[in-house]
Ligand binder design. Sequence first.
Ligand SMILES: [Fe+2]
Length: 178
Amino acid sequence: MTIEFAHALIYVVDMDDMIDFYTDVLGFTVTDRAPIAGEGSPEVAFLTSNPDHHHQFAFLQTRKESGDSNNLNHLAFRVENLGTVKATIEALEADGRATKLAPVTHGNAWSIYFTDPEGNGLEFFCDTPFHVGQPQATSWDPDLNEDELTAWTEETFGDNSRFGPIGDFYSSQQELLA
Ligand SMILES: [Fe+2]
């Protein structure tokens, strides 16, 4: 089994300053930036330096205090396929120590969000066959088989303006980041 680290979501005070630092100083690229839940809600921005990842960081503008940050929302790990995501859910349920289990899909990922025994946020996910403009989030049914889930995902996100094959998205990122 390969468990690949994929991204971290961190709360930020000053979105423009943080994006400026991560892009100009560190070389990241912004892939999406929008209010997380419609007009007037806090902005979320996604940044990557890796053409194989839609984002390695997500910044959410909800942090009020200034000064050094010690906050972390969750760490995410990409696994090979849906079978591994489902096996992880079963293992978590069998173990019983994880809390806040939530199957969530962003259209481009089938995820299980949960917290470890000390309350740290984690996400294990696999890619779906699709790219979908972000942010997106809704729950998915782990009892569906892969064909059923793929059809449901296409139906749910197919009208998104950036909907398309995930391979096309990765190819375009490859060119953009080359
Ligand atoms: Fe995530």
